[in-house]
Write a protein that binds this ligand. Sequence first.
Ligand SMILES: *Cc1c(COP(=O)(O)O)cnc(C)c1O
Length: 424
Amino acid sequence: MTLRSSVTAADAAHVWHPYTQHGASDDPIEIVRADGAYLFDASGRAIFDAISSWWVTLHGHAEPTIAAAIADQARTLEQVIFAGFTHEPAALLAEELLRRVPNGLTRMFFSDDGSTAVEVAVKIALQYWQLRGENRRVIVALENAYHGDTFGAMSVSARGLFTDPFAEKLFEVARLPDPVDADVVAAFERLLAARASDVAALIVEPMVLGSGGMRMWSAESMRGLRELCARHGILFIADEVMTGFGRTGPLFACEHAGISPDLMCLSKGITGGFLPMGATLTTEELFAGFRSPDRKRTLFHGHSYTANPIACAAARASLALLDEACDARRRAIETSHRAAATRFESTPGISNVRVLGTILAADLVVKDAGYLSTIGQTLKRVALDAGVLLRPLGDTVYLLPPYCATTADLDRAYDCIAEFAEAL
Ligand SMILES: *Cc1c(COP(=O)(O)O)cnc(C)c1O
């Protein structure tokens, strides 16, 4: 046990951390600054952030143009109520972002994080059908899905360890099998044969089930699900909270399948990873379904910090950085990942290697698989000692680096994983 600083002592006395069992964890590491792909701890050690600090840091930590946009905005207009008022950062962000998403999405509803972006999508879907006078009340979601930690988001997420304490408080959804294991399109067809006119919406994480273990599924299945939704008038919700802003290669994962959703949820990388913000994008048809002289037909949802100007300024600056040079950086990461995947395929102790854009994932070969598998914890510790931040999902190890990561940075992380797996 190392001596606690005033920060770690105050933390130990007063802070309750997310996804942390305080009875079975080491003290958290005190980070004092960050730059590019690196975090620096109180002792000056550099740690390569191979997971973009929980999938949010997009271009790099402390990216100067985003930092400057935030500082400028904070001195100009830091916050204003967003009902009855608007401002340049929000209106222009909506215009600039909607220009770059799949066709057909024309409206942006602002919220605070990924979970609220999902809550809003589900509320819009349910209220839309109610306003139309159609009795569509069923939400369909995938096995192994993760859509956030608030009650609605938990309801559409896979049931299990995270949701068990609240099981009877969650609303029921119709469940499709994990598209990696089963023919999800055929399963959806079977479900629709029985109750198509009851279904309000289908929600999916396009191309990758993230928290469910970086499970990558096919563009073909995505297209199949999209077509079935279109045929039966069901709303297709794409939760791109993790995949958005280039993580899977193209700007949005829906582009792999050439599809446009009716609703899209965004967060995580939206501000470049600087400030919290959620967004739910919708079609004009959905927006028009609520528009009326009748106040009862309002979407009664909003958060205190809706469209916070500073967060909007950060998002605009981040969007401006998603240019051709950034495309090239993402392609370089993918090339690097593919070479590592070839190496991992012949590394003992590693199986099921997969790459999509800037995401590389693989499974460690262990007996006690699952989220509570201790192997991931061990790897995390070993990697930290080597100056690399990994956070395996049970026995699934993955890299999801900021786009400024260099080949040398990535090589360090690959080496860490390979050496660990070989020693298993
Ligand atoms: C992280 C995540 C969420 C929840 O976002 P928060 O900002 O953590 O609330 C929702 N959906 C997906 C796909 C995610 O990866």
